[in-house]
Design a protein around this ligand. Structure first.
Ligand SMILES: Cc1cc2nc3c(=O)[nH]c(=O)nc-3n(C[C@H](O)[C@H](O)[C@H](O)COP(=O)(O)OP(=O)(O)OC[C@H]3O[C@@H](n4cnc5c(N)ncnc54)[C@H](O)[C@@H]3O)c2cc1C
Length: 113
């Protein structure tokens, strides 16, 4: 039987979704695409079903305004937001210059992790 996801499993799946949205976001988004992404992230931060996580993420979004001008702007903003959670949880921070290799193009050095 499959159990409901705990905070870790939910978190991993959710980061996969969010970074993959960034990876597929246009390089030059039009006004509607930018507005849709802002709306989505605003609603996401209120509906994310780990309430402590959601509360902190809303505070982060108030402090660090979302950047949706381009794929790289959003991907980097999201990487930094993920790093803020990593830091809070005592996990290593990720090198945000590499977010696109991790989530879109694959590693330049050919590794598979
Ligand atoms: C919005 C949000 C808020 C959360 N808040 C909390 C919280 O308050 N408390 C709590 O206990 N858990 C929280 N979580 C869950 C937590 O972030 C992790 O998902 C969970 O602990 C599992 O961690 P993990 O080590 O498997 O890797 P994850 O942090 O889930 O990362 C998955 C993969 O993403 C890659 N990665 C790591 N950092 C980055 C980065 N900065 N940019 C791009 N890619 C990266 C790595 O390859 C990693 O293996 C939150 C999750 C989300 C989506």
């Amino acid at each position: 039987m499959t159990a409901p996801p705990d905070v870790e499993a939910l978190g991993r799946s959710t980061w996969t979704l969010l970074h993959t949205i960034a990876a597929n976001y246009p390089k030059s988004p039009n006004y509607k695409e930018q507005s849709d992404l802002k709306t989505f992230m605003g609603l996401f931060s209120r509906l994310y079903p780990c309430w402590v996580c959601a509360e902190d993420f809303q505070k982060y979004m108030e402090k660090e305004q979302i950047r949706v001008d381009s794929r790289n702007e959003f991907g980097t903003w999201l990487c930094e937001a993920h790093n803020a959670v990593n830091t809070k949880l005592g996990k290593p921070v990720f090198d945000c210059s590499k977010w696109e290799e991790r989530w879109r193009t694959g590693w330049k050095d050919g590794r598979c992790d």
